[in-house]
Design a protein around this ligand. Structure first.
Ligand SMILES: Cc1cc2nc3c(=O)[nH]c(=O)nc-3n(C[C@H](O)[C@H](O)[C@H](O)COP(=O)(O)O)c2cc1C
Length: 210
């Protein structure tokens, strides 16, 4: 791994107020990916991790459409065609692209209110397994779900939730100027005091007051 990439990985480690698991600290959403292909057994592992996610009623309302640049170049190009313009320059350089899809109905009469939530859980499982394998995932809301439906024949009772890149980290210097600054930026978060409440909405829990 180059010195640039090592330095960036250090910069991106979450600076937490309280201890968290190192996998969670290490995860971040890169834009620069190495050209190196991802081993199929690692792809199977990250998908298996998604499979073992929790879901409401164990309905498992997720599906993933996956394309590797190396082995499914046509599907990969069709996936790139679904992305919003701003995501194309960097996401098209990743070795793997995916679309996370939710099944919207519990049964023909009833919507599954937790479908998007459960797809998010599954994608987080996938992401953390990826992190454990030194792979990185970057989710994207910047895509056309209508185009994804059309291009990949996603059925009416399903909807694309997010797209994502997956691969090994690359050198930020390989990125177009417009996105390089974002790649090098320090990661920031709202403090716990802003969103952990007790008694009533807006009243910070003493648990997180220092
Ligand atoms: C649902 C969702 C949609 C996102 N959409 C985009 C996107 O279209 N383009 C992009 O560059 N990043 C996108 N991101 C990445 C976020 O910007 C990123 O997760 C956030 O800035 C926190 O950075 P971190 O993941 O490195 O901690 C998205 C993330 C999520 C979860």
């Amino acid at each position: 791994m180059s010195a640039n990439i090592l330095a960036l990985s250090d910069l991106k480690i979450a600076q937490t107020d309280y201890p968290i698991h190192e996998l969670l600290q290490k995860r971040w959403s890169p834009r620069a990916y190495a050209a190196q292909a991802v081993e199929p057994e690692k792809l199977r592992s990250v998908l298996e991790a998604a499979r073992w996610s929790a879901s409401g009623g164990n309905l498992q309302p997720w599906a993933f459409i996956i394309a590797t640049k190396q082995d499914q170049p046509d599907a990969f190009a069709r996936m790139v065609s679904c992305l919003m313009e701003g995501n194309v320059p960097w996401a098209s350089q990743a070795p793997v692209l995916g679309i996370a899809v939710a099944k919207l109905l519990r049964n023909p009469e009833h919507p599954n209110r937790h479908a998007f939530h459960d797809v998010g859980l599954a994608l987080q499982n996938l992401t953390l397994q990826a992190t454990a394998l030194d792979l990185y995932v970057h989710q994207m809301g910047g895509f056309s779900h209508a185009k994804a439906r059309e291009v990949f024949a996603i059925p009416e009772d399903h909807e694309a939730v997010t797209m994502f890149t997956l691969g090994y980290i690359g050198d930020a210097d390989s990125l177009p100027e417009t996105v390089r600054a974002r790649e090098l930026a320090t990661r920031v978060r709202r403090p716990l005091t802003e969103f952990v409440f007790t008694d009533q909405w807006g009243e910070t829990s003493p648990l997180v007051l220092k």
